[in-house]
Ligand binder design. Structure first.
Ligand code: PRP
Length: 179
C-alpha cells in the first residue's frame, strides 16, 4: 500500500464488482437506445473505461474537462470549464459519468450546461457519493458507493494531481494535506 494512505476504503475487487452491477443496471435502463456517456475529466478516467467496457450497449463517448479544486482540498465552488463536448447531444440520451459527487457544485454546473444543449434525457451516474458534504441541490440517479466524509484518493481521484493511479480508493493520511 502507498505510504501516504491511512487505509483502503474500497478495494480493486469491490470497485470492479460494483461497477459491473452499475453497468448492468444502466444497460437495462437504456436498452434499445444508443446513449452518449459523458465523462467529467480528469478524475473519471478509470471509472469511465471500466464502466463502458462492462456495458454491452452500443454507445458513444464524449468528455468535458472541468475543475473546481485547484491545488487545495476544498471546492472553490467556482467551476472552470477547460473543454466542452466535441459533438452535439441534441435529442440524445445522455448519461454523465463522474468519479465523485462531493459538494455538488461541479455536477450542478455540468448538468445545467448539458441541459442547455437539449438532450432527450439526462441522468447522472457517480462512482462515489459523499452526501454529508453536499452544498448544491443535486442528486445522482446511479451511485456506486456512498462514502463517509474522508479525504479519498486513488482510482482517478487526486490530491494536488498525485495518487490518481492507485488501483483502489484510499483515505489519505491527514498529515499529507495538513503539511
Ligand atoms: C473533483 C471530482 C469531481 C468534483 C467533485 O474534480 O473529479 O469532478 O471534484 O467535487 P464537488 O462535488 O465538490 O464539485 P476536480 O475539480 O478536483 O478536477 P479533476 O477531476 O481534474 O481532479
Amino acid at each position: 500500500m502507498n505510504q501516504d494512505i491511512a487505509r483502503i476504503l474500497i478495494t480493486e475487487e469491490e470497485l470492479q464488482n460494483r461497477i459491473a452491477e452499475l453497468a448492468k443496471t444502466v444497460s437495462a435502463d437504456y436498452e434499445g437506445t444508443v446513449p452518449v456517456f459523458v465523462g467529467v475529466l480528469k478524475g473519471v478516467v478509470h471509472f469511465f473505461t471500466d464502466f463502458v467496457t462492462k456495458t454491452p450497449l452500443p454507445c458513444e463517448y464524449d468528455f468535458l474537462a472541468v475543475s473546481s479544486y485547484g491545488r487545495g482540498t476544498v471546492s472553490s465552488g467556482v467551476i472552470n470549464m477547460q473543454k466542452d463536448l466535441s459533438s452535439s447531444i441534441e435529442g440524445r440520451h445522455v448519461v454523465i459519468l463522474e468519479d465523485i459527487l462531493d459538494t455538488g457544485h461541479t455536477l450542478k454546473f455540468v448538468k445545467e450546461h448539458l441541459l442547455s444543449k437539449k438532450p432527450a434525457s439526462l441522468k447522472i451516474c457517480t462512482l462515489l457519493d459523499k452526501p454529508e458534504r453536499r452544498q448544491a441541490d443535486i442528486t445522482a440517479d446511479y451511485v456506486g458507493f456512498t462514502i463517509p466524509n474522508e479525504f479519498v484518493v486513488g482510482y482517478g481521484l487526486d490530491y494536488r494531481e498525485i495518487y490518481r493511479n492507485l488501483p483502489y480508493i484510499g483515505i489519505l493520511k491527514p498529515e499529507v494535506y495538513q503539511k
